[in-house]
Write a protein that binds this ligand. Structure first.
Ligand code: B12
Length: 383
């Protein structure tokens, strides 16, 4: 027998590994994840997520998913890990930190104050590089170890096949914040989450260590009141139809009533995480590591509006863009430009002129909106 695990072939039919062996394997898997850079690793049973299924179905009925599909498309599937791996018994769930210091001081929620002379679009922290890839790579040694012992193991993260937060919660990684994010005790929410689904029987973490929904947010509800569009309609309940993080990914025109609220964001939105005292305290106690020099925290809006389709997809194709159609990046950039640009700046005026005269009614309308915001309605209708 391997020192840290039990070979599947060594297990007689219908016999499970002893509790001690299974605990040893579980602890070994957790250690492998931590060695690979995961900030936290937990283990849970792979049984159905019945409550989550009810929540998905209930929220879809209320229209709270808007046009989003993802895990909502097929709740029967996304809440049953055995659809990913028949015979699955356990989940090993990991959290990968993307907490980094900001290249520029973060503006206060609702405030936009980019100092550079050229207007800048903001990118949410999780999207500045491919943290999902790093997470997958960190989960892989766990899967490899299990496979080496003859068990089956599949890595899933940010996949429509599993509701990652429900898995993380069951595995005891943290609690559901009122902003609906999973917060790790003392560390906050700047984490992406992923899971190894396996048929190895592993003892779950002690259920008494699991935090209840909202338990550790206490009476704080800063995220609810700070959301620029009021998208958090109740603690832990998000109305995607108003969530800026969804609206920048959604097809069609950007809803006019939320354009001002978008500020400078062009992809993602971090407002409900930035205001969270748990995140702030964690940053004070343990200042985040430096951001990568090529972190793309800010994108030059005029460059973006000038770039070809190919260049945009090469730079940002990793993002979720409806139909991989770069016009949605331009749509977001025009709204952001209307919020953070300067109507007296010749380069901004040139960009507006260009997009006011393209053969794309949606972009023309967004350019006209931006021109109006910048006091340059005179540009609309110019020939
Ligand atoms: C669809 C989706 C979105 C949608 C909708 C988000 C949503 N809240 O549902 C949009 C595009 C808006 C989005 C935005 C973001 N997302 Co997203 N998204 C997903 C995705 C694909 C599915 C989420 C899902 O199934 N939601 C369905 C609902 C039912 O689940 P829920 O919101 O978690 O609801 C739970 C709570 O309400 C809780 N609950 C129930 N009752 C109660 C009562 C109380 C009082 C409380 C507190 C909680 C509570 O139980 C519910 C589940 O049963 C997952 C990846 C995945 N495959 O799981 C990533 C995921 C959730 N997203 C993630 C991230 C990072 C983000 C953003 C921060 C990105 C950004 N900066 O722009 C924002 C955050 C916005 C927010 N406040 O949620 C991470 C979250 C990591 C974490 N620490 O929690 C995930 C897990 C991706 C990943 N693999 O890491 N996302």
């Amino acid at each position: 027998m391997q020192p840290w695990g039990v070979l599947r072939s060594a297990v007689p039919e219908a016999r499970q590994p002893t509790a001690t062996v299974a605990t040893g394997l579980r602890d070994r898997l957790i250690a492998l994840g931590v060695d690979a850079g995961l900030a936290a690793v937990g283990v849970a049973s792979a049984e159905l997520f019945a409550h989550t299924r009810d929540d998905l179905v209930g929220r879809r009925k209320r229209g709270l998913n808007g046009a989003m599909q993802f895990t909502y498309r097929n709740p029967e599937r996304s809440t049953d890990p055995r659809r990913i791996l028949p015979g699955a018994t356990s989940l090993v769930v990991g959290a990968w930190s993307y907490r980094r210091s900001e290249p520029e001081p973060e503006p206060e929620p609702g405030q936009v104050r980019f100092l550079p002379t050229r207007p800048a679009g903001r990118v949410a922290r999780y999207a500045r590089r491919d943290h999902y890839e790093s997470l997958r790579l960190a989960l892989e040694p766990i899967a490899v170890h299990l496979r080496g012992l003859g068990w089956r193991a599949t890595v899933v993260c940010d996949d429509n096949a599993l509701v990652d937060r429900a898995a993380a919660h069951r595995a005891g990684l943290g609690w559901f914040g009122k902003n609906s994010l999973i917060l790790l005790p003392g560390l906050g929410s700047w984490f992406v989450l992923g899971t190894v689904v396996t048929d190895a029987p592993l003892p779950a973490v002690d259920p008494t260590e699991r935090a209840p929904h909202g338990g550790r947010c206490g009476s704080c509800s800063r995220c609810l009141t700070s959301c620029p569009t009021g998208a958090l309609v109740a603690p832990g309940v998000l109305d995607a139809r108003r969530c800026l993080a969804w609206l920048v990914q959604a097809p069609g025109p950007f809803p006019e009533e939320y354009r001002r609220a978008l500020g400078g964001w062009i992809y993602g939105c971090d407002e409900c995480q930035q205001v969270c005292p748990v995140n702030r305290l964690a940053d004070r106690r343990d200042p985040p590591p430096a951001g990568e020099p090529d972190s793309h925290a800010a994108v030059d809006l005029l460059d973006l509006l000038d770039a070809s389709d190919d260049a945009l997809l090469a730079a940002h194709g990793r993002w979720y863009i409806p139909g991989r159609d770069p016009r949605y990046l331009r749509r977001n950039a025009l709204v952001a430009l209307g919020n953070v640009g300067d109507g007296g700046d010749p380069a901004t005026v040139a960009a507006l002129r260009r997009w006011l005269h393209v053969d794309d009614p949606m972009l023309v309308e967004h350019a006209a909106w931006a021109a109006g915001q910048l006091g340059r309605s005179d540009l609309v209708g110019e020939r």
